[in-house]
Design a protein around this ligand. Structure first.
Ligand SMILES: [Zn+2]
Length: 472
């Protein structure tokens, strides 16, 4: 914590100064930014509201713990000196993670679902990670999602369909990238013969670790190419941060290890995805989202620590692929209360759905009691909550889930869970407009070698071009 405070007061000033000097350097005609250590952070589904809600939460926590002095700029990513904004539409309109990731990673627009290629012509696009490797740099991919999910996959693979998890899983080890870490490498074999992607990776010389001990024992020298999957993978994902069951291995730890393994005179490119911010926002779960954003920010902090030691050769860019949920909040409570309400939630919507909501024998009063114990006492005995509960108790095939009214209210989620989260969020003034992605512009924050190129408003494809220019 002292470290963060130290940042707040001293290093931030130094960083601003550094970036000003960097800008002068660039405007004076020197074309070379010389970024040798490049970090690209992608908070999936993370728009301005998600970032600022997390910051508000931290500010409230500090005030609640007796530190009234620091009210803002608590997120490291929000304190970076250069900021810009990207437009995110894909060739399909509102983007998905595959098309948005493709734009960021390869500088090319494509249609939704496609991984780093044009699905019509078959043309494959090369990512900035491949480009870095061609320069002799090392490459690492870190995500809290599964390793061949759309956002990581656009950096190493190509497929007309993001759902072809087998092909993408095999392509992962074909990439030769030096470090993969995060959730699981899914099997993906549906009616296909061939080795499991993980076995294919091992046969190509990857070392695979999936225990906390194995992970910690990875040495900077002599570990070779590594795939580190989280010890508590569920459905391919790292555990929810808010569920507090991470076996002591966080996204930030994966970044730290990546730095240790990739560091060398040849330089490296590392992509780090906060993959579950998007999932939380799809479910309109503000508390889960805030915890994921904070964990993502801790990972950014590790990169900034690295940068502080090598500021002239390091570039950090933090952005997102798109916003999810249409999150917005209004002034219905103060900072401290914002923290108090969100921190009373005991776990993720998924944990509630899994362990509490399906108890079909429960009476409404008991279910409401359980929901209040889980999400906080702000869930009213309202008509909305009661009718959602009645639907949750109805078998899914009898719910008319395809009707527009149903979809609008509950999306693909358990109605009672969603209704309870909505009530709890509404108490804070947090509202959501959709269970899906939006077309909002996305903030970009940057620091270090070539960072000044990332200011202004531009298409998401420019991220690739700017990274390439910075690495020159
Ligand atoms: Zn996404």
């Amino acid at each position: 914590m002292n470290f963060r405070k130290f940042y707040g007061s001293h290093v931030r000033f130094a960083r601003v100064l550094m970036t000003l000097l960097g800008a002068i350097f660039i405007f004076s005609g020197a074309a070379e930014a010389g970024a040798k250590y490049v970090f690209l952070f992608i908070g999936d589904g993370m728009g301005t509201a998600q970032r600022n809600a997390a910051e508000l939460y931290l500010a409230g926590m500090r005030m609640e713990n007796g530190d009234d002095s620091v009210r803002d700029s608590q997120l490291v990513m929000n304190s970076l000196p250069v900021s810009g904004e990207i437009r995110t539409n894909s060739l399909s309109g509102i983007t998905d993670s595959a098309a948005a990731g493709t734009a960021l990673a390869t500088g090319r627009k494509t249609s939704n679902g496609a991984i780093a290629m044009n699905p019509a012509s078959g043309e494959k696009f090369q990512s900035v990670a491949h480009a870095a490797r061609r320069k002799g740099m090392k490459a690492g991919i870190v995500t809290s999602s599964f390793l061949q999910d759309a956002t990581p996959a656009v950096f190493f693979g190509h497929s007309p369909k993001r759902t072809d998890l087998y092909a993408l899983g095999v392509q992962l080890s074909d990439s030769g990238f030096d470090y993969f870490a995060g959730g699981g490498l899914l099997d993906g074999r549906v009616g296909k013969n061939g080795p499991r992607p993980l076995d294919a990776a091992i046969s190509k010389g990857y070392r695979v670790v999936n225990t906390p001990e194995g992970f910690r024992s990875l040495e900077a020298k002599g570990s070779g190419r590594v795939i580190a999957t989280h010890p508590r993978v569920s459905g391919g994902y790292m555990p929810w941060v808010i569920d507090g069951d991470d076996a002591g291995v966080t996204l930030a730890d994966f970044v730290d290890k990546g730095i240790a393994l990739l560091d060398g005179k040849e330089g490296f490119f590392m992509m780090v995805e906060g993959g579950k911010i998007d999932l939380a926002c799809h479910a309109n779960d503000a508390a889960a989202a805030v915890h994921e954003v904070i964990a993502f920010d801790r990972a950014v902090e590790r990169a900034v620590k690295f940068l502080d030691a090598r500021p002239d050769e390091t570039l950090i860019v933090v952005t997102s692929d798109h916003e999810t949920g249409g999150m917005t909040y209004s002034a219905s409570c103060d900072v401290r209360q914002f923290y108090k309400v969100l921190s009373t939630q005991k776990g993720s919507y998924a944990a509630f759905e899994r362990t509490i909501s399906p108890r079909r024998d429960a009476k409404f009063d008991a279910a409401l009691g359980a929901a209040r114990a889980f999400f906080g006492p702000y869930i009213g005995d309202s008509k909305g909550v009661r009718s959602a509960y009645a639907l949750s108790m109805t078998p899914k095939n009898k719910r008319k889930t395809g009707r527009p009214e149903y979809k609008k209210l509950y999306g693909p989620y358990d109605p009672f869970t969603v209704a309870c989260i909505r009530e709890s969020n509404a108490h804070l003034g947090i509202t959501w407009t959709t269970f899906y992605h939006t077309g909002k512009n996305i903030p970009v924050s940057a620091i270090g070698a070539g960072a000044s190129m990332f200011s202004g408003e531009y298409e998401n494809t420019e991220i690739y071009h700017k990274l390439m220019a910075a690495m020159n």
